[in-house]
Design a protein around this ligand. Structure first.
Ligand SMILES: Nc1ncnc2c1ncn2[C@@H]1O[C@H](COP(=O)(O)OP(=O)(O)O)[C@@H](O)[C@H]1O
Ligand SMILES: [Mg+2]
Length: 316
């Protein structure tokens, strides 16, 4: 059997599973991460993201299924794939009382294939790429959490990489730190690096992603480009009015099941059932005053809540 396939995908899995005893933490997932994408791997805590990532990187055994990383079968061809992949999983342990720069020198020295003659240059370039040149000589214990995350990414960038895998890189960061990581990902992605980034918070990564996958209880419940995912079969109608009962009756006559929800009336309407103008006309004719009206595709957040039964704003 061929050990690698044409690498259209930076990551491809087939029926990938991980069980801990009788518990299926990852349950037969088929991931397809296109090259050049910024791929958001979303799901509530405990949905199987880290377990998946550890198998992708050969950090834990695969219970069932297949993993191809840059076209190489894992873990058999780990030595071919891993040098081209940078990863941030559970953060590297930095020495707090030496500088960020010295820390990277130590990590680089531990890599036997890294040429010592070009070490300083390599480390300085990595620090510059993550915006830590000015703080390079500061001790790591004086770094903010965001700076530590950037140092960890610099560490992953000591060698040229085609793919960076980041497990919850914004977890625990303040809004400023989160913005720094997002900007860094944008810059590196524009240089052609593929990103696979996990998060339990949609809002923290949706702005930078080109593709998303959603995990729920070990299963992959959604996957695709943002464009594909925003094509929804249903629309959400939201109406503000004082005449709630009258409005609900008009909508019912239009075969739209509506509910009063605090100060609004909300309904799910199949796409193409009726034009918004027609709804407004019928409401006006029935003398329902309209304070505001919208008929929109659900937001990604609304979609994911319906897919996972959970919001992404759960406690960190
Ligand atoms: N080493 C382990 N031993 C037993 N169960 C584990 C282990 N690691 C993870 N799990 C379980 O697997 C499930 C998925 O965990 P994890 O992959 O860490 O999820 P996430 O990263 O999405 O929060 C959880 O139910 C977790 O308790
Ligand atoms: Mg995790």
């Amino acid at each position: 059997m061929a050990s690698s396939i044409a690498a259209e995908y930076a990551i491809e899995t087939r029926g990938l599973s991980k069980s801990f005893g009788s518990h299926n933490a990852v349950d037969g997932i088929d991931l397809r991460v296109p090259r050049g994408s910024v791929f958001g791997f979303l799901g509530p805590n405990g949905s199987g993201k880290t377990s998946t990532i550890r198998m992708l990187l050969g950090l834990s055994n695969i219970s069932a299924g297949e993993v191809y990383l840059l076209g190489h079968r894992m873990p058999d061809d780990l030595d071919l794939a891993l040098p081209r992949v940078g990863a941030l999983v559970e953060g590297p342990a930095f020495y707090p009382f030496i500088s960020g720069r010295r820390n990277l020198i130590r990590f680089d020295s531990a890599n036997k294939s890294a040429d010592p003659k070009t070490r300083d240059e390599r480390v300085d370039r990595a620090l510059a790429r993550v915006g830590l040149t000015a703080a390079a000589k500061k001790k790591v214990h004086a770094y903010s959490l965001g700076m530590k995350q950037r140092l960890a990414i610099a560490n992953a960038l000591l060698q040229p990489r085609e793919l960076l895998v980041l497990d919850e890189p914004t977890n625990g960061l303040d809004p400023q730190g989160t913005r720094e990581i997002r900007n860094l990902v944008r810059t590196l992605a524009s240089e052609g690096i593929t990103f696979f980034i996990s998060s339990h918070l949609l809002v923290e990564i949706e702005q930078i992603c080109t593709h998303l996958a959603v995990m729920s209880q070990g299963r992959l419940v959604e996957q695709g480009s943002l464009e594909e995912l925003s094509k929804s079969e249903t629309l959400v109608l939201t109406l503000r009015t004082v005449q709630k009962q009258g409005a609900i009756k008009v909508l019912r006559d239009l075969k739209i099941k509506a509910k009063a929800h605090q100060s609004e009336i909300v309904a799910v309407v199949p796409r193409g059932l009726i034009e918004p103008e027609e709804i407004v006309r019928k409401l006006t004719r029935a003398k329902v005053g309209i304070k505001s009206f919208s008929l929109l595709a659900p937001t990604l957040e609304e979609r994911f809540v319906s897919l996972t039964g959970e919001g992404f704003d759960v406690a960190r």
